[in-house]
Design a protein. Structure first.
Length: 210
């Protein structure tokens, strides 16, 4: 009777030991991810423009890219179709107002971030950074936010002040750094103010409340 118990216990013990060894070694699935591979997807862009890539684009270039890759869903002029309207839009009067880039989005840099991450719908991140700058430039120009001959890049894009910026309230005001040295910096448009760079922009602390 005791022999029978030991006879079944031995294989069970062996199975437990093998399972423990396998768990300790891991499932051995996939291949290790390199730092270079992770860096390719480290594409966070903050409201102050931190993280924007090299490159540039104009509204004229963006019109060509938009027609080829975006118009089928968003309409020839961004008026909407299979996908959302992105140009125009009424001033928000309530939660039911249709939101567009012009009447809702607070920062141009996050417009770029969203479009580059998710568009074209069937092949996100398949375009060049120049193409994404050009698309954003075209959208901004179509909405009368920038001039038709403006060039958007990592310096000029975050300097564009969106019409809806003042409609947003910083959710966690206690998290705004009080130490000026810790506050991020952004480029703000001025009218050739003293200390400006090329008569267009000056550097000042970025405050998410303004």
């Amino acid at each position: 009777m005791f022999t029978s118990k030991f006879r079944y216990a031995a294989p069970l013990t062996a199975l437990i030991l093998l399972s423990s060894t396998a768990l300790a070694e891991g499932p051995n699935l996939g291949i290790p991810v390199t730092q270079a591979e992770m860096a390719a997807w480290d594409i966070n862009i903050l409201p102050d423009g931190s993280g924007l890539p090299p490159g540039s684009g104009t509204p004229a270039q963006g019109a060509v890219v938009f027609t080829a890759h975006c118009a089928a869903c968003h309409g020839a002029n961004g008026e909407g179709g299979l996908a959302n309207q992105i140009n125009g839009g009424d001033a928000p009067t309530g939660m039911g107002t249709r939101k567009t880039i012009a009447n809702h989005w607070p920062y141009t840099s996050t417009v770029f971030n969203y479009i580059r991450r998710s568009m074209p719908f069937e092949a996100p991140r398949s375009l060049s950074d120049d193409d994404y700058y050009a698309i954003v430039a075209w959208i901004l120009a179509e909405n009368g936010i920038i001039d038709e001959d403006a060039v958007m890049n990592a310096e000029t894009l975050p300097a564009v002040r969106m019409p809806s910026l003042e409609r947003f309230v910083f959710r966690y005001p206690t998290m705004i750094p009080s130490d000026p040295e810790r506050v991020s910096r952004r480029w703000m448009r001025t009218d050739a103010a003293p200390g400006s760079v090329n008569g267009l922009y000056r550097e000042q602390p970025f405050d998410p409340r303004h």
